[in-house]
Design a binder for this molecule. Structure first.
Ligand SMILES: CC(C)(COP(=O)(O)OP(=O)(O)OC[C@H]1O[C@@H](n2cnc3c(N)ncnc32)[C@H](O)[C@@H]1OP(=O)(O)O)[C@@H](O)C(=O)NCCC(=O)NCCS
Length: 159
């Protein structure tokens, strides 16, 4: 039987544990890319993620009973800050990352801009964001960690 298309819907605090497990799995590739097993997505604790439910909108992509993708965002002034876009490795490269990004943007029609960031070595992420309309606005100052690239795209409430 073919797999049903995943549903994208709001996550609940009760999903925190499963989302954190997914995060630890999905971000392994980024940790490998940067040679750093302690990147922030891999350091986040369950208590920290639970707290984010109060401040952020968190979406999940569900296939059957399993969460196979997630993304979160919050409004900061007129800027919708998007983060922690993740898809289970065995479900990547099927368009789910782009679908999650579109779904979280649609939750913030009041945004003047959507903003996100990624590391400079994450070529696949940069291609995805470019395809979804994001353009580079800044790079992090030279420091001990990898250079971060900040990207934005106009939102529906852009002046
Ligand atoms: C970033 C991430 C969420 C993308 O998820 P995804 O579901 O693979 O994203 P998409 O499928 O929309 O796009 C990824 C690629 O698959 C391709 N693709 C999309 N649908 C496809 C299909 N049906 N068949 C073949 N390829 C397809 C896209 O064109 C894109 O190709 P590219 O890399 O050559 O540009 C995922 O790679 C991930 O979880 N990475 C680890 C965590 C991470 O780095 N998150 C972002 C932090 S900034």
């Amino acid at each position: 039987m073919p797999e049903a298309a995943p549903h994208i819907l709001p996550a609940l605090p009760a999903d925190a544990e499963e989302i954190l497990a997914l995060q630890r799995l999905a971000y392994r590739s980024e940790a490998k890319l940067y040679g750093d097993p302690n990147i922030p997505p891999l350091r986040q604790t369950l208590a920290e993620l639970r707290d984010e439910f109060a401040a952020l909108t968190i979406l999940k992509a569900v296939e059957g009973a399993a969460i196979i993708g997630s993304v979160r965002a919050g409004l900061d002034g007129g800027v919708c800050r998007v983060g922690r876009l993740m898809v289970r490795p065995d479900r990547q490269r099927r368009g789910l990352g782009a679908a999650l990004l579109a779904a979280i943007e649609a939750r913030f029609p009041q945004a003047a801009r959507y903003a996100l960031f990624t590391g400079c070595r994450s070529a696949g992420n940069l291609r995805l964001y470019g395809r979804c309309g994001y353009r580079e606005t800044a790079r992090s100052a030279a420091g001990p960690g990898p250079e971060m690239i900040f990207l934005e795209k106009p939102g529906p409430a852009a002046g």
